[in-house]
Design a protein around this ligand. Structure first.
Ligand SMILES: Cc1ncc(COP(=O)(O)O)c(C=O)c1O
Length: 413
């Protein structure tokens, strides 16, 4: 096989169907941004939309905006838009709260739906908040519920009659490994368990078909591939068939059947609004909607196709260029088993990543030894893939990462 060259990547950029999208983002010219799996880039239209919501809707129209500008319906409106990206039916997706809080609500609903069962089954390498929330909920209920967190290989075997809900992150945050959603969901159902997916690293990165897979419950982030901004509101999905069977237990007034009747007792709203809790963050919702609308302009199959080529070429180039430097691939080589990120392990991953970031190539570090590179196809160019690996090679070959300044730790990695 002939070696990959810069020209191969330039050629792919010139025929890229999605290349026009990059200009819709406010990316600094001197940055190669490979961290959209952690915080998505800023759409250019966001600032104007937020200014409009602040200046006109809030500033001028004040409280009238709840009705006049549809603030009261934003959670459902944007929820349904996200629903189109994840293969949900209208009325099954709601924007609300954070992913962590939504996990609590959805897990609690699942446990209510399976009263005779006590186990929340998950993966020991799941994102910590998922495990923490499950642990906290099990302890809070005080009825013998337990989180059973097992290695990935042991999950399928462990789905038995004691499991109330299988809770998995579709694309693993650290390795990028992707579960077969339809197969695992069917496996959970065959044992009478419910299936809850965390779509933090999937929504906006690849096509999803929650309805087709028969998924029961799901959650996901607004600030990653959906480009909703730092701390953007999250989303949750409740299959229509479950909405009449259970109500999530955080019974706040926004989830009431008639919030402005100010009744003394809680009555859940019909449909997905029962999963709402309190007054939604309107300005943040407006920013999120811009990101979601941008995503809806493209076809998710095109996004996935570009992502697969970018991640597989990144892996091939790493293997071509970095073989002597002790860098190991920590993501699946098989395209079908990989999300939109590639992780490399190295015992000095932290200072190496800091040296790379200092050159404007932004990925991130995940403890203890992972350099993580996310490929958001709306704005990452093929030439960025080339440049990132060449810069990484230079950092490794020169040993510049050994400098003291790259070793200082930060809170956020
Ligand atoms: C899989 C997964 N779930 C949840 C979260 C974060 O949840 P929250 O938005 O509540 O902080 C992350 C953050 O990176 C994540 O990777």
């Amino acid at each position: 096989m002939t070696a990959l060259s810069r020209d191969d990547f330039a050629a792919l950029d010139s025929t890229d169907k999605l290349r026009g999208l990059r200009d819709r983002f406010a990316l600094p010219a001197d940055v190669i941004y490979l961290d959209g799996n952690s915080l998505g880039a800023l759409p250019k239209a966001t600032a104007a939309r937020v200014a409009e919501v602040v200046g006109q809707e809030w500033g001028r129209d004040l409280i009238r905006s709840w009705n006049a500008h549809g603030w009261a319906h934003l959670q459902q409106r944007i929820g349904d838009k996200i629903g189109r990206l994840i293969g949900a039916r209208p009325g099954e997706t709601l924007v609300a709260d954070s992913t962590s809080v939504n996990l609590f609500k959805m897990l609690a609903a699942a446990l209510q739906l399976r009263p005779g069962r006590r186990v929340i089954l998950s993966e020991s390498t799941n994102f910590p908040t998922d495990l923490y929330i499950a642990e906290g909920l099990a302890g809070f209920l005080g009825q013998g519920h337990e989180l059973r967190a097992l290695p990935q290989e042991a999950i399928e075997q462990a789905i038995d009659e004691g499991v109330a809900v299988v809770m998995l992150t579709h694309v693993n945050y650290r390795t990028g490994r992707m579960w077969d959603m339809a197969r695992i969901t069917a496996r959970a159902h065959a044992s009478g368990a419910l299936m809850l997916w965390d779509l933090a690293h999937s929504a906006g990165a690849l096509p999803l078909d929650l309805a087709g897979a028969g998924v029961d419950l799901a959650v996901g982030c607004g600030y990653k591939y959906l480009n909703g901004g730092p701390g953007a509101p999250a989303f949750l999905f409740m299959a229509e068939k479950l909405q009449n069977q259970v109500s999530p237990p955080l019974s706040g007034w926004f989830g009431h059947a008639s919030p402005f009747a100010f009744e003394q007792h809680y009555r859940p709203a019909a449909g997905i609004m029962q999963a709402a809790v309190g007054t939604p963050p309107v300005i943040s919702l407006a920013a999120l909607e811009v990101g979601v609308d941008l995503m809806l302009e493209v076809c998710m199959a095109d996004v996935r196709a570009k992502s697969v080529v970018q991640t597989s070429m990144f892996i091939a180039l790493v293997e071509q260029e970095l073989a002597p430097f002790g860098v190991a691939l920590a993501s699946p080589r098989e395209d079908a088993q990989r999300g939109s990120q590639v992780c490399l392990s190295h015992q000095s991953a932290w200072p190496i990543m800091q040296a790379l970031i200092a050159r404007g190539v932004i990925g991130d570090f995940r403890s203890p030894d992972i350099m993580r590179f996310g490929f958001a196809p709306l704005y990452v160019r093929y030439s960025d893939v080339w440049e990132a690996v060449i810069q990484l090679k230079d950092i490794l070959a020169s040993g510049v990462w050994r400098e003291e300044r790259f070793h200082a730790k930060s809170l956020v990695t």
